[in-house]
Design a protein around this ligand. Structure first.
Ligand code: SF4
Length: 72
């Protein structure tokens, strides 16, 4: 699982920072989203999904990935 943000779609609302400050921050210059970590702990997935759903610009995408070693 990893996360990407599209600064071209970000409208600097700050909602993501309020939802998950461990992963998202905002630029002090223009307020655009900054991604602090692109492969956060899977335990943060619910918060990431909430942040993505609440983002007014649709700028946050959570990418699911297969679990490594799942066939071992
Ligand atoms: S919630 Fe979306 S629009 Fe608001 S700062 Fe975060 S990425 Fe940007």
């Amino acid at each position: 699982m990893h996360v990407t943000v599209d600064q071209d779609r970000c409208c600097s609302s700050g909602q993501c920072v309020l939802t998950l400050p461990a992963v998202f921050d905002q630029s002090e210059e223009d307020g655009l989203v900054l991604l602090l970590q692109d492969r956060p702990d899977p335990a943060l997935l619910p918060g990431l999904q909430t942040a993505a759903a609440l983002c007014p610009g649709g700028a946050i995408t959570v990418h699911a990935a297969p679990v490594e070693g799942s066939r071992a």
